[in-house]
Design a binder for this molecule. Structure first.
Ligand SMILES: [Zn+2]
Length: 294
């Protein structure tokens, strides 16, 4: 783990958790994003099963975990979400979710939504090549089927984990429709949810939002931080990333909305500056799952 980056982040998050006030809005939906759950967690996208369990306990005690069905009914106006509604999501689809996250979700009786990279099913690989992340196995077809039967819904995260805005219209369309087709075939059912690869401001545009709706998805999830207030924007749902250093106190602060006002990931200008900085520092370019630079 990049410890310098982590200690600054932890310090900032702790300060915000103490000084900013909580915010509750009736009928709203808080969505959590995780990536990997594994005992040897050593990067900002992985948390240990112990920490995950600690967070599930917090949810059990004071929040109401809802399913995608509940969210879709709320969007269609057929249902009102309970107070303090939370939806749990996982991006990328690494196999450790089957081994470590699913048993805990079942133990607590929680449903969840896993966004799978369709071209990575049953493979060994990595989604972020530049950051020295090791290769790891992704969920297999039979694991995906078993998870779906256990109440964990599978959505699409595209084919290759490339931000749609870096692709041509045709390529982006393929990411959206082809991934839906592949996963539908594996699971024998409709894929209803899409998660924009990278998902920050500037990683997808209005044209991609329209493509996702046209492809037949019912909802799409971003990495823009924040609370979803009623009426929801079904193809621009906001989520809150959970980090490995989020202990019970910081986790409660996320749920209470204490971080909602200050997240830089929401800003396109910030992302452009980051890209410029990367160029200036001569950092190696990112590569997608097929080895292409972007
Ligand atoms: Zn991802």
């Amino acid at each position: 783990m990049n410890l310098r980056q982590s200690s600054v982040r932890i310090w900032l998050r702790q300060a915000v958790a103490v000084f900013l006030p909580p915010k509750f809005i009736n009928g709203s939906l808080r969505i959590l994003t995780y990536h990997r759950v594994r005992p040897d967690a050593d990067d900002p996208r992985s948390i240990t099963p112990q920490r995950f369990k600690e967070q599930l306990k917090v949810l059990k005690e004071g929040w109401r975990v809802v399913s995608l069905d509940d969210v879709l009914k709320a969007i269609e106006g057929k249902k009102i979400l309970p107070q303090k509604a939370v939806l749990i999501t996982f991006d990328d689809g690494y196999a450790d979710l089957y081994e470590h996250a699913m048993p805990l979700l079942l133990e607590f009786g929680f449903s969840a939504l896993v966004f799978m990279l369709a071209r990575y099913v049953g493979r060994v690989g990595r989604t972020y090549s530049e950051a020295n992340y090791p290769e790891a196995p992704f969920l297999s077809a039979s694991q995906l089927q078993e998870m779906e039967k256990s109440g964990i819904e599978i959505g699409s995260h595209g084919l290759w984990h490339v931000p749609l805005s870096r692709l041509t219209i045709k390529e982006a369309e393929k990411e959206i429709t082809e991934s839906k087709r592949i996963l539908s075939e594996i699971l024998g059912k409709e894929i209803r949810a899409f998660s924009y690869p990278w998902g920050r401001a500037g990683d997808f545009g209005k044209e991609h939002v329209e493509m996702v709706a046209k492809a037949g998805y019912k909802v799409a999830f971003t990495m823009l931080h924040g609370l979803n207030k009623h009426p929801f924007e079904p193809f621009r749902l906001r989520r809150c990333h959970v980090y490995p250093w989020d202990d019970a106190r910081l986790f409660k602060a996320i749920l209470e909305g204490r971080f909602d006002g200050w997240c830089l990931k929401n800003s396109e200008l910030w992302n452009q500056r980051k890209k410029l900085l990367r160029k200036l520092l001569m950092k190696s370019p990112m590569r997608d799952g097929s080895g292409r630079k972007f």
